[in-house]
Design a protein around this ligand. Structure first.
Ligand code: G6P
Length: 492
């Protein structure tokens, strides 16, 4: 039974806008999530009108589950308490170990992947998990409502939801890169097909760059050969994928690029607040000055510690700089904020440990009583990240592959004195920022090291000019507009 009073605009994502933790005294502590998804989707309130919007997400940790059990929640948010084992298999097993690895080209292919029975079992959980979302959305949506499904965790939802509610306008947005067809086809054929058909159940699919959109089309052409696939590229008026569905109809899914940008107004205001000023003073003290009293140069990076971010090669590039250019000893500091992520998985934990190890090695090889070459912080602190953004001379953003990378877009907005961006050509952001960044091949440690040196020695005027243009490009599509554009495209 379709409710006439359901939500007009719905969002679905694995992680929601709030997460809960159980305090020692048993009460619940609610924390607002950060990142592009949350700030972009805060516009959901404006999209559907008062009371007509809903964000469906899953309980990710024990705190979230407890909140659902106690009936604690935010208006406009429905948190699904999906069985913890099903969630673990879907989120850790499939989403973060398989799909994330496929789209970011992270497999060490002589040994991995190997898709055996365990993978099949986890895939079944991924289906169950996606079905729980599809059913909740079908229950909550008003007739003809717009639903925007987010990311690789929920690739099967569009197809499942369409089967339940053909009246809805269904969109899906990918925040990751999309794998090239040859790599994507490592997935077993039936799974690759199910995943693509699941997404193509949507009326419209959104990507961060043209490159990822075209890769998706390439996968459809390579995998769905028996479905009479027809793709229309981005050079045509309406890029799309058309195909004959298993029941013989011809279905066309439109594709669009929405390059999520930084929220300039928010960042400019937030970065001037008292807690950021405090962190700025602390950081300056930690970094210290040259013997003559001059401020040391700062090469900064901020990431979730995760394999695609390429933190270890970044450290190697910095080490090479110190090795080849002793004139920089004592005059530069690498401030690296590497916030642990997905620590349930050994491969992410090992990488986190490797980052600390390499940072320690550099410090013991080059550090002196008055100079710590690498300052590594692993405890997530947004105010401190903003402080580092403000004082950095160089920002290193060198992912192996990244859907967009918002740090690259945020730093130039809040930088006090201008900051040179050393940017991987494999980050989606490079499509928009490439002209004013120093672009590197993320695997090339020598090239990255050379770019760091160029960045350190860039004349102040050029640096300021570039920063200004980077800030303009990086804020061209603020999160709220990014989201409203997608809703409008689905409605039209
Ligand atoms: C990427 C994904 C998001 C995800 C985020 C944090 O940006 O595209 O969907 O939420 O990483 O990862 P986590 O596993 O902690 O949610």
């Amino acid at each position: 039974m379709v409710s006439e009073h359901g939500a007009q605009v719905l969002v679905a994502s694995n992680r929601g806008p709030v997460s809960y933790a159980v305090r020692e005294d048993g009460t619940l502590d609610a924390k607002r999530g950060g990142g592009g998804l949350v700030s972009g989707l805060s516009a959901i309130g404006d999209a559907g009108g008062e009371g007509a919007t809903l964000w469906v997400c899953s309980a990710v940790g024990e705190g979230d589950r407890e909140a659902v059990r106690r009936g604690v929640g935010e208006p406009g948010v429905r948190m699904l308490d999906i069985d913890a084992d099903v969630h673990a298999d879907a989120y850790n097993g499939i989403a973060n170990s398989v799909l994330w690895f496929v789209h970011h080209l992270l497999y060490q292919t002589p040994l991995e992947p190997s898709f055996g029975p365990e993978f099949r079992r986890q895939w079944e959980a991924y289906r169950t998990y996606n079905r729980a979302f599809a059913e909740a959305l079908a229950e909550e949506a008003a007739r003809g409502a717009v639903v925007v499904v987010q990311d690789y965790h929920l690739a099967l939802v569009p197809g499942m939801l369409r089967a339940l509610r053909p009246d809805l306008r269904i969109g899906h947005f990918s925040h990751t890169p999309w794998a090239p067809a040859e790599y994507f086809r490592m997935l077993p054929d039936d799974i690759a097909e199910e995943l693509l058909l699941g997404m193509l159940g949507a009326d419209r699919l959104g990507f961060l760059t043209t490159r990822w959109l075209q890769a998706f089309q390439g996968c459809c052409a390579a995998v769905l050969g028996s479905y009479e696939v027809m793709t229309y590229g981005p050079e045509e008026a309406t890029p799309s994928v058309g195909f004959r569905t298993p029941d013989g109809r011809f279905h066309r899914t439109l594709l669009g690029v929405h390059g999520l940008g930084a929220d300039g107004d928010f960042l400019r205001a937030r970065s001037q607040e008292a807690d950021v000023e405090e962190r700025l003073a602390d950081l300056r003290e930690q970094i210290g000055t040259e013997p003559g009293g001059e401020a040391r140069k700062v090469i900064m990076r901020v990431d979730r510690t995760e394999l695609s971010k390429n933190i270890v090669r970044g450290l190697h590039a910095y080490r090479l700089l110190l090795e080849e250019h002793p004139e920089w000893h004592g005059r530069v500091v690498h401030v690296a904020f590497a916030y642990p992520s997905r620590q349930d998985l050994a491969v992410y934990r090992d990488y986190t440990a490797e980052v600390s190890l390499v940072a320690e090695e550099i410090n013991s090889a080059y550090g002196t009583a008055g100079w710590t070459p690498v300052i590594l912080h692993v405890k997530d602190d947004f105010a401190r990240s903003l402080a580092a953004y403000r004082l950095a001379d160089v920002a290193l953003v060198n992912p192996i592959r990244d859907g967009m990378n918002l740090v690259a877009k945020e730093v130039p907005v809040v930088s006090d004195e201008g900051c040179v961006l050393v940017l991987s050509r494999e980050a989606g952001a490079c499509a928009e920022l490439g002209e004013d960044a120093l672009v590197v091949n993320p695997y090339d440690v020598v090239g990255t090291s050379a770019a760091l040196l160029t960045a350190l020695t860039m004349p102040a005027e050029e640096r300021a000019e570039r920063t200004k243009r980077l800030a303009a490009a990086g804020t061209a599509l603020p999160p709220a507009q990014w989201f409203l554009d997608q809703v409008a495209a689905l409605r039209s």
